[in-house]
Design a protein around this ligand. Sequence first.
Ligand SMILES: Nc1nc2c(c(=O)[nH]1)N[C@H]1C(S)=C(S)[C@@H](COP(=O)(O)O)O[C@H]1N2
Ligand SMILES: [Mo]
Length: 369
Amino acid sequence: MSTRLEHLLSEKSGLRVIPGREINLEGYPEFLDSERTPHHAFFVRNNGTLPDISADDIENWRLTIDGEVEQPLSLSLTDLRQRFPVVAVEAVLECAGNGRSRFLPPTEGLQWNMGAVACALWTGVRLADVLKAAKLRPSAVYVGFESPDCCLDDASRQALSRGVPIDKALSDETLIAFEMNGGPLPPLHGAPLRIVAPGYPGSAWQKWLRRVWVRDREHDGAKMTGLDYRLPASQLGPQESYDATQFQVITDLRVKSLITSPAEGDDWPVGESIKVRGFAWSGHIPVESVRVSADGGLSWLQADLAPTKSRFGWRRFEVELPRPEGSFVELVAQARDAAGNAQPLASAPWNPRGYLNNQAQRLKLAPPG
Ligand SMILES: Nc1nc2c(c(=O)[nH]1)N[C@H]1C(S)=C(S)[C@@H](COP(=O)(O)O)O[C@H]1N2
Ligand SMILES: [Mo]
């Protein structure tokens, strides 16, 4: 392992390593107990290599905007900061595969538990402003993103080249970001530039961005086609056959919550009430409420939900529950969105690649010793 990589990983030493050749790390729920996730607790998802980007490379970084535009652009980092208004958006970044390990039967893909999610303040320029400067043609319907990372077993193939429909690219919240939580974007999180696509799964948040390719069709880059980051148009059973051409790109996150305190297995004295807190988030439909149970879902109390600070950030919930009689304590949190969708208490809708598992979290506290 290179010294640079060793150094980068030492900053993430508390995270759980997802087995595989690529660097994939996730946080534990109790690590995610702050409004803005600190770097050491922030999950990492790499589909390929970690590109070796030097200070010189950053100095000379060019972002190309081309394709269905009248005025192709090649911008340095200074150009971006000087030509466009710098804005900040607080937003949740969640991998579409977060929670995959909870599907039965299991699906292929990295077996994330519940920690492939984080919330940060992202600073950059609006993708819309840059696209407007490049003068979109009427044929522009999608944008594709490109980066220098490649497949570990084939350096000639890009690891990931995702994109978003033109509407999302032109939305106010979609950024080309160069800062995370007020500091420079860390190398593992895409320095010097990454896409921030709030409400979209993490796969759309392209890291190490060097090209925005405006397309006249749905972008068909690496991991945009087939079953990658797609869901069946209607619910599928595990044994059912399917037609992959009918799968649709995931463009939204489902309502979800995470208990960040107490932690799994914590001791709780008999008779004492239990203070539970965590976060709730969703994609484009806002979170409306969270309820919490201490008896595995038999009885519920509505949690206090902090006001929305930012449309795509997560919201703190808190509640104090009377400790149930006996030694059995199983906490469950269930968030609901403004359209009435609630986290499933049993299994989330199964799909072949195990995306968007928003099944309600269940957490046991240790019987009093
Ligand atoms: N260039 C590039 N960008 C990428 C990826 C990647 O493999 N390569 N992974 C994507 C996926 S699937 C996710 S979930 C997020 C994770 O962002 P993070 O590693 O900063 O947490 O980055 C996205 N951007
Ligand atoms: Mo992801």
